[in-house]
Design a protein around this ligand. Structure first.
Ligand SMILES: N[C@@H](CCC(=O)N[C@@H](CS)C(=O)NCC(=O)O)C(=O)O
Length: 216
């Protein structure tokens, strides 16, 4: 089986997607803490040497560097025969939600949370714009989860893993109290947290943390 090294920073939900998937598949990985806050991923040298896209996470698999969580999750699901769904329709739905997550839920939530909690003076107009978008996406997800245990089937898939991560950090960071505002989402997060081997983000992604500017 491959040896994994995960280039990450602790606040990175995208990194948590891969750390959680590997953990739920019973796989160990070497965590490689990366100075994202110090701007390392913006340097030309890091982009040449580690990831031309200038992003975290990077998963090294026997020395080969892989990026973009969605195709990596699909590959891991195939390799370990877990969380990949069964049948063409389920696989289509998994892809459908993975694209939605990358474009909408993770795309906005990651940026919003980073600006809100980890930058010293975020632009209130930018935050308000993103919050309106996220409110819409959380409403869509809450409606979708009404009467369903998981996103595409009666069992968890990589779509659930991808979509849950940014909603799993301490609530003061993004400022959403999902139990109060989106009960179906909160119940689904609790079901995911019940999966054997599940761990919270900062338990899987240790190391020096960014300064957090918000307390609620
Ligand atoms: N679609 C990418 C998103 C990766 C991503 O945006 N990572 C963040 C950190 S969690 C990043 O490196 N952002 C840098 C930037 O947007 O400039 C994936 O799924 O891997």
């Amino acid at each position: 089986m491959p040896q994994y090294r995960l280039h990450y920073f602790p606040e990175s939900g995208n990194s948590y997607k891969l750390a959680l998937m590997l953990t739920l598949c019973g796989q160990a990985f070497e965590p490689v803490w990366t100075d994202f806050g110090g701007g390392i991923t913006r340097t030309a040298e890091w982009r040449v040497r580690v990831n031309e896209m200038g992003e975290i996470p990077v998963l090294e698999q026997d020395g080969e560097r892989l990026t973009q969580t969605a195709p990596i999750l699909l590959q891991l699901a195939e390799r370990y025969g877990k969380f990949g769904g069964s049948g063409d329709e389920e696989r289509f739905q998994i892809l459908r939600w993975l694209f939605w997550d990358n474009h909408k839920l993770t795309g906005y939530m990651a940026t919003y949370r980073y600006q809100r909690a980890f930058t010293p003076s975020p632009d209130p107009a930018v935050l308000a714009f993103m919050q309106r978008r996220i409110d819409d996406y959380l409403g869509i997800l809450d409606n979708h989860l009404a009467g369903r245990a998981f996103v595409v089937a009666d069992h968890a898939s990589i779509a659930d893993i991808s979509m849950m991560v940014y909603l799993s950090f301490p609530k003061h960071e993004a400022g959403y109290d999902l139990a109060a505002s989106h009960p179906n989402v909160a119940a689904w997060l609790a079901r995911m947290a019940d999966l054997p081997g599940w761990k919270a983000p900062y338990d899987l992604l240790p190391g020096k943390r960014l300064h957090c500017y918000v307390t609620d």
